[in-house]
Design a protein around this ligand. Structure first.
Ligand code: GLU
Length: 508
């Protein structure tokens, strides 16, 4: 049977890491098995669903490269793929359940239900709907309908022990007595999540349901509905929880960060996808840098139960957890919370280092486009100067957005020392002697290649008797004004002797 998976977001917010990881596992599993990946919009919560959220989710999915085979904008044989457009389908199934007495109308008011909940609370027992409208007579029902009393439709939950075979969590037992008769159609006529999902998964011929472990507790309800209709039971795979850098549940606010924020921070989508694939899955050989391979080797059989650590953000202090709203931060503010040693940075750096330089140059353009410190004539993906600068700095980049700072440096002629320490490095001790000796060699030997610059610095060492830090640091501050930066011979080759001499004169 052809594998068919689906991602079924509710358009009530951004696409965040948790949702994107679920989408990704479904996408990768379908692709690895030669199957189809379906996108379905679950917008039955009319109050919380928005058009904006729908658009952001679609844009995020496209940016991540998770193209769906069926769904909004693409079509397919099993549409419509938006639940609010499928109400007549659900109604047909509901009529069947009502006719078979597997469901019933519940006329309970909000107050009645609240009162029962309070009673249970007072007794210290969990609230379970007690079936107060489960056994009305036909006549009683008709009277209420005639009086226009609003109602929900509840499923008559059979009491039994249910065992779910989950591909990741193993056998999980549930006692359905603890569920009670649950709502399948709300009083606004919209189906509940647990109801619509079963009908859609059946009609859309979904074979594998891969989703967060948080949904495990919904699964018995869905199995019971499926059994009531005689649907085949799909394969379940509930993926591990995602925790933050502190090993604790990912804070709601950090976890809500939009996938598009990672694009703005300068992560390549391939790097983020690679990182997210490792949140709960490991390939057989344990490798972590997997460009172009994920959709061939991914398998739910290698997904683990233990929580996956999302280490992209620093450990937050307890007071920050509540106070910092990641969703509201600007890109620069958000960057302050990044963990420099995250696995994402490691992976991202490798993608930056190993991408073909033409591809990388193309990706950098949006980050330098409006930068006034970088000359417009080089802002072209085919520009050779831009390509060679990028090639020399890429090893230092964890994110594409860090590139402009380095690129700017190449175009500064009038320099200043970044601080007193840098200035002292040029002026104190043997600094002035090292610098003037270097300048003299530049003027006389006019080195061109990085190799020649390396030799030139070696010569300075011999003349002045300095080596290591006391040799390189004065040269560094005298040519850049800064204490840290690119490897000098590489920088020098790109700048050329003429510019270097100008820079040294401007620093003085
Ligand atoms: N609409 C549900 C959600 O966003 C889908 C859950 C499922 O995959 O069944 O959580």
């Amino acid at each position: 049977m052809k594998v068919r998976t689906r991602f079924a977001p509710s358009p009530t917010g951004f696409l965040h890491v948790g949702g994107a990881r679920t989408a990704l596992f479904n996408y990768l599993y379908a692709k690895a098995k030669g199957g189809d990946f379906i996108l379905r919009v679950e917008d039955t919560d009319q109050e919380r669903s928005t058009e904006d959220s729908f658009k952001i989710i679609l844009e995020s999915m496209k940016w991540l490269g998770m193209n769906w085979d069926e769904g909004p904008g693409v079509g397919g044989d099993y549409g419509p793929y938006t639940q609010s457009e499928r109400l007549d389908i659900y109604k047909k199934y509901t009529d069947q359940l009502l006719a078979e007495n597997k469901a019933y109308r519940c006329f309970a008011t909000q107050e009645e239900l609240e009162a029962k909940k309070k009673q249970s609370e007072a007794m210290g027992i969990p609230y379970i709907y007690d079936g107060m409208y489960a056994n009305l007579t036909e006549k009683e029902i008709q009277e209420k309908l005639d009086a226009g009393i609003p109602y929900a439709i509840r499923f008559r939950t059979p009491a039994k022990e249910l065992i779910i075979e989950d591909e990741i969590q193993g056998k999980v037992k549930f006692d359905t007595k603890l569920i009670g008769d649950f709502i399948i159609v709300k009083s606004d006529g919209f189906p509940s999540y647990n109801y619509a999902v079963v009908i859609d998964d059946f009609l859309m011929k979904i074979t594998h349901i891969i989703r967060g472990v948080g949904h495990l507790s919904n699964t018995p309800r869905q199995v019971l509905i499926g059994e009531a209709f005689g649907f085949p039971i799909p394969n379940w795979a509930h993926v591990s929880e995602i925790v933050g850098s502190d090993g604790k549940k990912l804070s709601k606010r950090a976890g809500a960060t939009s996938i598009l924020a990672f694009r703005d921070l300068g992560y390549q989508s391939e790097a983020l996808v690679n990182y997210m694939a490792l949140l709960g899955w490991t390939p057989a050989d344990g490798r972590e840098y997997l460009p172009g391979e994920l959709d061939k080797i991914f398998d739910i059989a290698r997904c683990g139960k233990s929580p996956a650590m999302f280490d992209v953000f620093k450990k937050l202090k307890p007071e920050e957890k509540e106070a910092v709203d990641f969703v509201k931060l600007t890109t620069n503010e958000l960057a302050e919370y990044l963990n420099p040693k995250s696995k994402l940075n490691w992976i991202s750096n490798r993608y930056i280092r190993e991408s073909p330089i033409e591809d990388l140059t193309k990706l950098i353009i949006p980050f330098i486009q409006d930068n006034p410190k970088i000359p417009n004539e080089i802002k072209d993906p085919k520009n050779e100067t831009l390509q060679s600068i990028l090639d020399s700095i890429r090893v230092y980049l964890d994110r594409l957005s860090q590139a402009p700072g380095y690129i700017e440096e190449f175009f500064q002629n009038e320099l200043q020392y970044e601080n007193e320490e840098a200035k002292a490095m040029a002026h104190d001790g043997n600094g002035p002697q090292v610098i003037s000796s270097f300048k003299k060699i530049l003027e006389e030997a006019k080195p061109k290649t990085s190799e020649e610059f390396k030799n030139a610095m070696g010569e300075v060492g011999k003349t002045t008797g300095e080596k290591g830090k006391t040799l390189f640091m004065p040269i560094r501050v005298a040519t850049t004004g800064k204490l840290h930066g690119l490897e000098l011979p590489v920088l020098f080759e790109l700048l050329g002797t003429e510019k270097l001499i100008k820079r040294m004169e401007s620093l003085g």
